[in-house]
Design a protein around this ligand. Structure first.
Ligand SMILES: Cc1cc2nc3c(=O)[nH]c(=O)nc-3n(C[C@H](O)[C@H](O)[C@H](O)COP(=O)(O)O)c2cc1C
Length: 205
């Protein structure tokens, strides 16, 4: 089968890409509205783009041409928190994607406790195994639908006790979830360990 991308609507292209680029990790992002309401939503067009400084990138689309609350709050405050949720939080991750007016807190609605940020004014989720406080670094618009690739520098990592062993993250203990197509998710399957490859040391220019 071949598909000419020019024949596809934006929705059809989204369905295709989100089914093909899998599995995707999920950035569970808290932001603060102008009136101080804690907003929470999941974003799976997510990766890291630099290790020094640590930079995370997430692609946020628009709703009927308007910025989503998450993007609008990041633009106005320049701060947010990216969480990695675990399998026990999957339902809350999914439910937090429901659209609500800006003055409704998804965190409160879902009964998720928060803690104050250390380096940002935005609260973080108490029970997420990982929370990364971020300061906005760059916004890069892409394509014809107004999507923005939002890049933020991590100003503090919070990891639940027991997640790090010998400088490495215990992935099984983290128990992350990922998104595949539509409202479908996957958890970690079998882990396969191969021989370690010799790699040239990462340099700082
Ligand atoms: C698992 C999951 C991943 C999602 N990933 C993205 C994404 O990468 N980009 C995006 O714009 N929307 C994504 N969404 C949709 C947003 O979560 C949804 O539009 C949400 O209502 C945005 O909330 P906000 O207006 O409070 O920012 C995703 C939804 C789910 C359930």
């Amino acid at each position: 089968m071949q598909i000419d991308p020019h024949t596809l609507t934006p929705e059809a292209t989204y369905r295709l890409l989100s089914g093909l680029v899998v599995p995707r990790p999920i950035a569970w992002i808290s932001t603060l509205s102008p009136t101080g309401v804690v907003n929470l939503a999941p974003f799976s067009c997510f990766t890291f783009v630099s290790n020094k400084p640590p930079l995370l990138g997430v692609n946020v689309g628009r709703k009927a041409g308007r910025r989503k609350d998450t993007a609008a709050h990041i633009h106005s405050r320049g701060e947010y928190v990216v969480h990695i949720g675990d399998a026990s939080q999957l339902n809350a991750i999914h439910e937090s994607s429901e659209e609500h007016p800006e003055d409704v807190s998804e965190a409160e609605l879902l009964g998720l406790a928060t803690l104050p940020g250390e380096t940002v004014a935005v609260p973080r989720l108490r029970d997420a195994p990982v929370a990364m406080e971020c300061r906005l670094s760059q916004v890069i618009p892409f394509g014809e639908t107004g999507a923005e690739f939002i890049v933020g520098e991590v100003t503090r990592f919070h990891l639940r006790d027991g997640l790090m062993n010998d400088g490495k993250v215990e992935t099984m203990a983290l128990d992350p979830v990922c998104r595949i197509g539509g409202p479908n998710y996957a958890t970690l399957g079998r882990i396969v360990t191969l021989r370690r490859m010799q790699q040239t040391e990462k340099s700082v220019v």
